[in-house]
Design a protein around this ligand. Structure first.
Ligand code: NAP
Ligand code: MG
Length: 487
């Protein structure tokens, strides 16, 4: 950062700007949302959902067992056969629009609950998660009665009951990515949120109830991994859509082998962010920060591997270190906060383990001095330089605010290094030359490639991976295709 020698450097703080929570209505205990009703779990068991920013309990959430999943699938099947699959498509669209509008009306409440339950900054929940989630419902509502235009000259039919399992990093947004296209194409749904972040999916269930959606069209069954497995293995489910870790994705793929169930998997990533020497360096530094440090690195497509052209590496790293010093780590409800809470104690332990591995592998670690709240789960932004391609910190998904930095000289070298990963979810390319961007986009094995920007999303644009990042696309017409069969 350029400093004016005439002005003494001063440390200054922003005044806290806390988002209010008084308008939030959370029940003490949440039951399962099945067949349009709130029903008690057959096991009678509930688990706690905590706020990872201060470890306080927010609510108790029902544990849905195999038996409850079976009841939910039966409710979804009944709704599919008797109501949803035979309803005129324009009528289906009206319900989906209604859900979108009700979400917009309750946007502030949804954003605050997302922040409380998951630890992400209110800035992100308010400006990214919730508006994008609403837009997915608006976008797919528009397709519901236009399927013949989405797939010209093809006759399509809905699949039936979709089982959907989502992770904790974008809880409401992932629910929207899953539910909106499924409903638009005429399917009914059983969805399981991640156990640490069930609350916005349950709020969405309240919205769905308020929208008057016919009973059983959307069912929300909260629980643990075995609840997800019960959905996967249920014999009357026609499609599984899973977003989560590559390990669980592999278990699901094995479980479905030889069945007629359709499957889409959105899995992990280790995405490359590539800075050429002709890039606008200040913007690129912002892009790097946006790519990995905002949202605590809890982004499947996070730009977690930075490749910088050698002749500008020193400059980029120096600017990046200066920028890191200005990042606020702390209370996610404060609008000044850049890096909120890590989602869970377990995830913080995983990140901490990788910081140790990085040091043992001989990489050099940099963290700016920053104060971290005494309670809750936090990790300062972390850079690793002197990283080898074979290092575990450069190969494995850490899912935290941790960036590895490597340098390159030529285009061929960086393409080879970037593609040398079991994953292939996303990549960023920073350069002034359009032809180079197209060349890179052709050669990088990644589902999404951003040019001179990072982490930009739109409901019209498909998203998904290559290799161990999964298969199938969500968003756009491609996302709709995953919920129909061509007859
Ligand atoms: P995870 O452990 O795989 O969990 C994902 C979901 O699957 C959770 O709801 C989980 O329930 C459930 N689950 C666990 N075991 C299961 C089983 N055997 N069968 C069926 N469901 C099961 O992943 P995570 O740690 O929550 O999420 C982080 C991962 O998601 C990262 O790898 C990230 O890259 C990936 N991700 C990918 C995308 C993408 O679009 N490609 C987007 C976001 C995140 P519990 O919560 O109860 O364990
Ligand atoms: Mg929580």
């Amino acid at each position: 950062m350029a400093t004016n020698k005439n002005i003494p450097e001063v440390e200054w703080e922003y005044a806290p700007s806390l988002e209010g929570t008084s308008h939030i209505q959370l029940k003490k205990k949440y039951d399962l949302f099945i067949g349009g009703k709130w029903v008690k779990p057959s096991s009678g068991k509930y688990f706690q959902s905590i706020n990872p920013a201060n470890e306080e309990v927010l609510a108790e959430v029902a544990y849905g067992s195999e038996k409850d999943v079976d009841i939910a699938v039966k409710a979804a099947r009944k709704a599919y056969n008797e109501v949803w699959s035979i309803m005129p498509a324009a009528e289906r669209a009206k319900y989906i629009y209604r859900i979108a509008r009700l979400m917009q009306e309750r946007a502030r409440e949804l954003a605050v609950i997302e922040t409380l339950d998951g630890g992400k900054t209110i800035r992100e929940a308010r400006d990214i998660d919730v508006p994008l989630a609403c837009n997915h419902f608006f976008y797919y509502a528009g397709w519901a009665d236009k399927l013949e235009y989405a797939f010209p000259n093809r006759k399509v039919e809905s699949l039936g009951v979709a089982g959907q399992i989502i992770p904790w990093n974008f809880p409401l947004l992932m629910a929207a990515w899953k539910i909106a296209p499924a409903l638009a194409a005429g399917n009914t749904v059983v969805l399981k949120p991640a156990e640490t972040t069930s609350l916005t999916a349950l709020k969405l269930a309240e919205i769905i109830e308020a929208a008057g959606l016919p009973a059983g069209v959307v069912n929300i069954v909260t629980g643990y991994g075995d609840t997800g497995a019960a959905i996967v293995n249920h014999s009357d489910v026609n499609k599984i859509a899973f977003t989560g870790s590559t390990n669980v994705g592999k278990i699901i793929q094995k479980a479905l082998a030889g069945t007629s169930k359709k499957l889409t998997l959105e899995l992990g990533g280790k995405s490359a962010n590539i800075i050429f020497d002709d890039a606008p360096i200040d913007q690129a530094v912002e892009g790097i920060v946006n790519g990995i440090f905002f949202n605590q690195g809890h982004v499947c497509c996070a730009g977690s591997r930075l490749f910088v052209q050698e002749n500008v590496a020193e400059k980029v790293i120096a600017k990046l270190k200066e920028r890191l010093k200005t990042l606020y780590v702390g209370n996610p409800l404060d609008k000044n906060t850049d890096i909120g809470a890590i989602n869970s104690k377990e995830q913080l332990a995983t990140i901490t383990k990788y910081l140790e591995i990085g040091k043992q592998e001989g990489a050099e670690m940099y963290q700016p001095a920053c104060t971290i709240p005494a309670k809750g789960f936090y990790c300062p932004p972390t850079l690793f330089t002197n990283v080898a391609q074979s290092n575990r910190i450069a190969q494995e998904e850490i899912f935290g605010p941790v960036l590895t930095i490597q340098t390159f000289r030529t285009i061929d070298e960086v393409i080879q290094k970037a593609n040398n990963s079991p994953y292939g979810l996303a990549a960023g390319v920073w350069t002034e030359k359009g032809a180079r961007i197209f060349n890179m986009a052709n050669q990088l094995n990644a589902g999404v490639i951003w040019a001179n920007t990072y982490n930009k999303f739109d409901p019209t644009s498909p998203f998904g991976g290559y290799k161990e990042s999964g298969f199938g696309r969500e968003g756009g017409v491609h996302g709709l295709a995953a919920y129909v069969k061509f007859v």
